[in-house]
Write a new protein. Structure first.
Length: 365
């Protein structure tokens, strides 16, 4: 890892190069945890499938000599509409763990939503940058414990608060199971009753206590999106945990249209799951998302080279976004709408690396 951290990552011109470097740095267990999903991995593949079945409808003869891919999220300007999603056990990819991800996000100019099940502490992680960051909480204790965690996040200057709602049970993630590896966050499991007993009433209490822009991560239907709006949620986060929780679910881009209609402009929308290219970001924004979030690509960037590796992933995404916007005939994110996309036939069979066609092998095991 030491050699990787001294590398000049500006020489990496594609994300697939970064993925290959990450594979060299990771043992089999952490690699399987990052690259895999639950059970048959059908949901994970559908995430990619849903992006691939959307095509662009570009407009021409517009002045695109200056393209600005920035946007705002919960009142904060971010350089591109790409957040770093909360990932547990980041310290298995880079010793600095969540602090490295937050530092990379701050250096680049976007927001990290910091997981409550990664190291180091939320205070140490926040201290790595003055750039706005948010905090994501799994409910692993009673109300007094929850209030303490909220208080700590507010004291550490987090600008948003997120509750993940698709983890009432922990899934069977069979790749790391077969390699005999357990994520750090699961080695001392807490009583599952806490997360399993979270309800809409719980959300009201947590939101009131937090007093920050409030996100619900794991919304998958219009029905739940409508309820979230009724409960005053500020950000509806469309997610299936990257296919790592319920198997045989829809791809998140399949969920997006009905949820955009249900939200009806009353909240911001984040989407994760299968985001691999700048063109994916443009597709999601055109279809109504405020921003997307990346998980696997975050892990690969950090595993390849810590902060420089992660920043380079974001830089490549930014370049891809700028190119796609210019070729679409738009110069700002708010110009995108559903008229710029349409349904399309599948070309490439989807999997967790299917967007990168120059790999030495189809998938890196």
């Amino acid at each position: 890892m030491g050699d990787a951290l001294s590398e000049d990552f500006s020489t990496y011109v594609t994300v697939e190069q970064i993925i290959q470097r990450a594979r060299k740095n990771l043992a089999q267990g952490p690699w399987d945890y990052l690259a895999g999903a639950s059970e048959s991995e059908t949901t994970m593949r559908r995430n990619r499938l849903a992006f691939d079945k959307v095509a662009f409808r570009p407009r021409v003869l517009a002045d695109v000599s200056s393209v600005n891919p920035s946007t705002t999220f919960i009142g904060h300007q971010i350089r591109i509409p790409v957040l770093l999603a909360p990932i547990g056990s980041l310290q298995v990819f880079i010793p600095e763990g969540g602090a490295a991800a937050t530092a990379a996000a701050g250096e680049f100019g976007t927001m990290h939503v910091v997981s409550s099940v990664t190291q180091p502490s939320l205070e140490e992680t926040s201290a790595t940058t003055d750039f706005p960051k948010s905090y994501q909480l799994y409910i692993h204790g009673d109300w007094e414990w929850t209030k303490e965690m909220i208080s700590r996040a507010k004291s550490a200057d987090y600008k948003g608060f997120c509750i993940t709602v698709d983890t009432a049970n922990y899934s069977r993630r069979e790749r790391p199971m077969l390699s005999g590896w357990t994520p750090v966050s699961r080695r001392n499991p807490v009583d599952p009753k806490w997360q399993a007993s979270v309800t809409w009433d719980s959300i009201d209490k947590i939101k009131s206590e937090a007093g920050l822009p409030f996100m619900l991560k794991g919304i998958a239907t219009a029905e739940d999106a409508k309820i979230a709006i009724e409960h005053g949620v500020d950000v509806v986060w469309i997610s299936n945990h990257g296919g790592r929780q319920l198997d045989h679910g829809q791809g998140t881009m399949e969920m997006l249209p009905e949820i955009v209609e249900a939200v009806d402009g009353k909240a911001e929308i984040v989407l994760d799951g299968g985001v691999q290219r700048g063109s994916d970001v443009v597709k999601a924004v055109a279809m109504g998302a405020t921003a997307v979030a990346i998980g696997k690509m975050q892990g690969w960037g950090l595993a390849a080279g810590g902060v420089p590796g992660m920043v380079r992933v974001l830089e490549i995404l930014e370049e891809e976004i700028r190119i796609a916007m210019g070729l679409m005939g738009v110069t700002a994110m708010d110009q995108l709408n559903q008229n710029y996309v349409c349904p399309a036939d599948l070309v490439t069979m989807p999997h967790e690396m299917s967007s990168w066609v120059n790999m030495p092998v189809d998938r890196i095991p």
